[in-house]
Design a protein. Structure first.
Length: 248
């Protein structure tokens, strides 16, 4: 199990596939996502990576938070999330991840906090039909009606759909397909809806119910890894003609 990424929801758009059909996508941006701490079985009893993303002023940190980021030698992060990983998927503290961690076509699970709507009635919260418009009903047209029984059992059952706080809860949408990945802009586009408002923080991880693609980077997609490999490949191709000339 690999680590996930912390992303920021930019909004929704659409792209066109090879058949010309439009695909609704949510645009997620991954920027300045670094490993802040490593949890090990020997010290903590489990294996996990603590990632941080975004920027935060040092004046807005507590003394404990400043010491935590100073120990890791990373800039203060606005959002910190912990991901469980396998023992062979541990990364070094300070390593920066990018959107190349995911590949187009794979499936991911996205977790975020839904948009809050405050205190709402049953018609908006649970899609109730409400009471009659006439025939004796006055004032309480949008009420929920009866909530329980008479003397037996003499109470309202648990989980009864009633008015209350709507939204602002952590929700996970599973099996969202990654449509495209743009490492140069730090963007990843996933098909479908993602919980949260524009600018909200979400966590993106490999889908639990789908297999990981073979071309997905393991243990993770690190920033600068491909850039470092490109000059080496160019040097190798430049040396190859020189070797052929010597043999001739």
């Amino acid at each position: 199990m690999r680590t996930g990424l912390i992303a920021q929801k930019l909004g929704m758009s659409r792209v066109f596939d090879v058949d010309g059909k439009h695909v609704p996508v949510t645009v997620l941006k991954v920027d300045n996502c670094q490993v802040v701490a490593v949890q090990t079985k020997e010290k903590n009893g489990y294996t996990a990576l603590q990632l941080g993303a975004g920027e935060k002023k040092a004046t807005r940190l507590t003394k404990a938070e400043r010491g935590h980021f100073a120990k890791a030698k990373v800039e203060p992060k606005r959002k910190v999330v912990e991901f469980r990983v396998d023992d062979d998927k541990i990364l070094e503290v300070g390593a920066e991840l990018c959107v190349s961690h995911f590949v187009a076509g794979q499936y991911v699970d996205v977790t975020g906090v839904t948009i809050g709507h405050g205190y709402q009635g049953v018609m908006k919260r649970w899609n109730f039909g409400g009471l009659r418009a006439t025939h004796g009903v006055s004032v309480s047209h949008r009420s929920l009606g009866s909530t329980g029984m008479r003397q037996d059992p003499g109470r309202v059952f648990k989980n009864k759909k009633m008015p209350g706080h709507m939204g602002d809860k952590s929700r996970t949408v599973i099996n969202l397909r990654v449509v495209s990945v743009e490492p140069e802009h730090g963007l990843v586009m996933v098909e479908g809806l993602v919980p949260g408002h524009k600018g909200a923080w979400v966590t993106v991880r490999d889908a639990v119910k789908k297999k990981l693609p073979k071309d997905a980077p393991v243990p993770a997609g690190l920033k600068g890894k491909k850039e470092a490999a490109a000059p080496a490949a160019a040097e190798a191709s430049a040396e190859a003609p020189a070797a052929d000339q010597k043999e001739g």
